[in-house]
Design a protein around this ligand. Structure first.
Ligand code: NAD
Length: 490
């Protein structure tokens, strides 16, 4: 385990209260909850705990800002100016934001500082650029009528986000909905409230009017449930587990039939064919499962390798996994930090035990690292049968299920043998194989000869039980808009 020759110091925690109507305020109950540093298991800060009443106050603020405030009525170009300023502030404060995600979620500081945080500033810029290009269309209509459509913001949006990419998820949700002219209440995951509260402060500095963005940390079954069942919330945009997604849909159905979009779990296959460069493909497979310690919805948790290269591939993969550096995520040499929290740490370990009991072969890993915090070795199982729990459940940790295959038909069937459909990867030099497989796999994103290739203009979202609706791309703006048809006699 690498020791934290930390290149960056732990930041001072400035924002620990709920952000409602432009102010940082205590919760009505006065309750606070602990947010924990997964490197040590120690408390970082006490955070005001939002409950049902706080959600109600925040929704009222957002409703007022929507019904009577300037935001939805501003010309798109004016909204864009504020969002562009916010993007500049993200860049200026990138060190601090990155460090908050590192101490709260165990994410690699250098990856956050140099890749993920700058990417969120660009996400904001992308949607700022779209804010003045939202328009309906003039329709041909009939001989008697002239018709046109207006695209109007959907209203008050509830955003509920998970803990694996706290800062990125925040901006993936708020940027398009703000550009569309919505107002909102965002509930960060209880494990990782820090960067969301910091970003609320940046919103205020950028000039986002009071009440437009409200951030209410709190627990899922309390604050999250209050938001998804609130009668005055018009839409919920959720990222998290399939189980919670189902509960949110039920809450929406039982309350005011609010619009719901769900970005849920995955069990993504990465398929490597005989003609692949073994060195590059094994690197891709490893990064596919170990990036962000496997706490990634699109992690390549099932790797299928064609029989001609299987043995050599397995050898290379295990060598690389053994050399992978686990340790303090502030250390630039470290490739993998701790799991996000104790619950996730224990869940991953219990899946590893399951894998062993089910008869899969543990090629490497399987143990904890160090004597404090939530570190787990990169873990690879082979001889994984498709009905094993480790081949079907989303583990959300550094655990790969490796499997040999013979034919294209066989691997397509295996890859689709999951309730999820978020993403898949294909490695081959054969364009026909790549095209056939990408069309045959039921998943929302297919990466050919790459993995984790995200961009602001590339829509992202699931098939099957990985959910519906898209984040990223212009598609994401449209989920925060509704179409009004206006018809008039000629
Ligand atoms: P989770 O569903 O337990 O929690 C996610 C969020 O939902 C948190 O903010 C939580 O407080 C809230 N929540 C929990 N119960 C709730 C309820 N009853 N009502 C309303 N809100 C509630 O998920 P998690 O374990 O924190 O996150 C990991 C999951 O997220 C994985 O399944 C992962 O695949 C998924 N995920 C998906 C994507 C994607 O884009 N598809 C991205 C990241 C993570």
């Amino acid at each position: 385990m690498a020791n934290g020759d930390a290149a960056c110091s732990v930041p001072t925690i400035k924002f620990t209260k709920l952000f409602i109507n432009g102010e940082f305020v205590d919760s009505v109950s006065g309750k606070r909850f602990e947010t924990i540093d997964p490197r040590t298991g120690e408390v970082i800060a006490l955070i005001s705990e939002g409950g049902k009443e706080d959600i109600d106050i925040a929704v009222k603020a957002a409703r007022h800002a929507f019904d009577s405030g300037p935001w939805p009525r501003l010309p798109g170009a004016e909204r864009a100016k504020i969002l562009m300023k916010w993007a500049e502030l993200i860049d200026e404060h990138a060190e601090e934001i990155a460090a908050l995600d590192t101490i709260d979620a165990g994410k690699l500081y250098h990856m956050c500082r140099n890749v993920e945080v700058p990417a969120t500033a660009n996400t904001m810029r992308y949607y700022a650029g779209a804010a003045d290009k939202i328009h309906g269309e003039v329709l041909k209509g009939s001989r008697e009528f002239h018709a046109y459509t207006l695209l109007e913001p959907v209203g008050v949006v509830g955003h509920i986000i998970p803990w694996n990419f706290p800062n990125s998820m925040f901006y993936v949700k708020v940027s398009p909905s703000l550009a569309a002219g919505c107002t909102m209440v965002l509930k960060p995951a209880e494990q990782t409230p820090l960067s969301a509260l910091y970003s609320a402060h940046l919103a205020k500095l950028a000039g986002v009017p009071d009440g437009v963005l409200n951030v209410v940390p709190g627990f899922g079954p309390i604050a999250g449930a209050a938001l998804s069942s609130h009668m005055d919330v018009d839409a919920i945009s959720f990222t998290g587990s399939t189980k919670t997604g189902r509960e949110i849909m039920q809450a929406a159905a039982k309350s005011n039939l609010k619009q719901v979009t769900l970005e849920l779990g995955g069990k993504s296959p990465l398929i490597i064919f005989d003609d692949a460069d073994i060195d590059k493909a094994s690197e891709l497979a490893l990064i596919g499962i170990l990036y962000n310690k496997g706490e990634v919805c699109v992690a390549s948790s099932r790797v299928f390798v064609q029989e001609g290269i299987y043995d050599e591939f397995e050898k290379k993969l295990v060598e690389k996994a053994k050399a992978w550096v686990v340790g303090d995520p502030f250390d630039p040499k470290v490739q993998q930090g701790p799991q996000c929290d104790k619950r996730q740490f224990e869940k991953v370990l219990s899946y590893i035990e399951h894998g062993k009991r089910e008869g899969a072969t543990l090629l490497t890993g399987g143990k904890t690292v160090g004597n404090k915090g939530y570190f787990i070795e990169p873990t690879i199982f082979s001889d994984v049968k498709e009905d094993m729990l480790i081949a079907q459940d989303e583990i959300f940790g550094p655990v790969m299920a490796l499997k040999k295959f013979k034919t294209v038909e066989e691997v397509i069937k295996s890859a689709n043998n999951t309730k999820y459909g978020l993403a898949a990867g294909i490695v081959t030099k054969n364009i026909d194989t790549a095209n056939t497989v990408s069309r045959s796999i039921r998943a929302g994103t297919i990466w050919i000869n790459c993995y984790f290739a995200f961009d602001d203009d590339v829509p992202f979202g699931g098939y099957k039980m990985s959910g519906f609706g898209k984040d990223h791309g212009l598609e994401a703006i449209y989920k925060y808009l509704q179409v009004k048809s206006v018809v008039t006699p000629l």
